[in-house]
Design a protein around this ligand. Structure first.
Ligand code: DOR
Ligand code: ZN
Length: 350
């Protein structure tokens, strides 16, 4: 039987190479959705205040592990939030001590809690120099913040204005172009010679920008970088299902309390942790590429980070009808609403 016809598939347990776990009550509420499925996750540092020191990263990891409880095998991989004034020595020591595995570049003002981010890449040259010398990956939110640049063009502009000049200067720096959303970014990664990889989210593989406006404004389809055109989504599908080792899963699952999204100035972020693997199986099935799902979700990420893939497995089973949307996640008096595409998802994690 070809993989495309199989009623179920077994793949190595996946990892999530880009995740927002938040803190306190939100952390407690969302963590199980990731920890029950994924073995490891790269945890984003955009807390308030951001995770900029070894002490803060260690304390955050402790809070995550406490929220996990006993008997869970999930391992959080911490990251350092880059600021204009961050010390290269702290970054290096944190990597060597295992406090963090990578550093995150948020252009200041690009997205949620990025106000303390980097105003100009030249400010962090000493940090990038240090990271290059120790093989520590740089994770990049790749959007320019210039308000004169159209929001749908900000990723493509970032490639020319920031990414390429930075990579030319730091040729041996390992870079992850995070949550790519455009054909331009996918093609840029395909064309790069070395040291560049990209994460792709389930939602950018499933929706285009029409979903944000369908039948009215749809705040739960709004994230940053914002979903782009259908042509871009098709390019992301080609990249994700290609088997090319430079593309791997980063969910960018970014929970927000519903009332903070369903309002004027609502927050960016799609909470997809409850159905990531179901959505991905659907996408790979539609592309006749189920045999590439393991590479994307479970093999390419660890290879980039120099880690072993997981040895345990998960099973996804084809359903005869579409699965329903995950229930809202209750946090005190509020809820978080999970992502659900309008198109059918016929796979279930079993
Ligand atoms: O949509 C997003 N939400 N994009 C980001 O870059 C940050 C994230 C968040 O933290 O909510
Ligand atoms: Zn993110």
């Amino acid at each position: 039987m070809s993989p495309e016809q199989r009623p179920s598939i077994v793949i190595r347990r996946p990892d999530d190479w880009h995740l927002h776990l938040r803190d306190e009550a939100l952390l407690e509420a969302v963590l199980p959705y990731t920890a029950d499925v994924f073995a490891r996750a790269i945890v984003m540092p955009n807390l308030v205040p951001p995770v900029t020191t070894i002490a803060a990263a260690n304390a955050y990891r402790d809070r995550i592990n406490r929220a996990l409880g006993a008997g869970k095998t999930f391992r959080p991989l911490m990251t350092c939030y880059l600021t204009d004034t961050i010390s290269a020595d702290e970054i290096k020591r944190g990597f060597e001590q295992g406090a963090w595995v990578a550093a995150k570049l948020y252009p200041a003002g690009a997205t949620t809690n990025s106000d303390s981010g980097v105003t100009s890449v030249d400010k962090i040259y000493p940090a990038l120099e240090a990271m290059q010398s120790i093989g520590m990956p740089l994770l990049v939110h790749g959007e320019v913040v210039d308000p004169d640049v159209d929001v749908f063009d900000r990723e493509a502009r970032f490639i020319d204005d920031v990414m390429q000049p930075m990579r030319e200067r730091f040729k041996d720096l390992k870079v992850v172009f995070e949550h790519i959303t455009t054909a331009a970014a996918a093609n840029y990664v395909f064309g790069a010679d070395k040291n560049l990889a990209a994460t792709i989210t389930p939602h950018h593989l499933m929706i285009n920008r029409n979903a944000i406006f369908k039948g009215g404004l749809r705040p739960h389809m709004y994230c940053l970088p914002v979903a782009k055109r259908e042509h871009d989504r098709q390019s992301l599908r080609i990249a994700a299902t290609s088997g090319d080792r430079r593309f791997f899963l980063g969910t960018d699952s970014a929970p927000h309390i519903a009332s903070t999204k369903e309002c004027d100035g609502g927050c960016a972020g799609v909470f997809n942790a409850p159905n990531t693997m179901e959505c991905l199986a659907q996408v790979f099935d539609e592309e006749d590429a189920l045999d590439q799902l393991e590479a994307f979700a479970s093999l390419n990420g660890p290879a980039f980070y120099g880690l072993e893939p997981n040895t345990d497995t998960i099973t996804l089973t084809r359903q005869s009808t579409g699965i329903s949307a995950p229930d809202p996640v209750v946090v005190g008096d509020e809820v978080i609403k999970p992502f659900m595409p309008e198109t059918e998802v016929r796979w279930r994690l079993t």
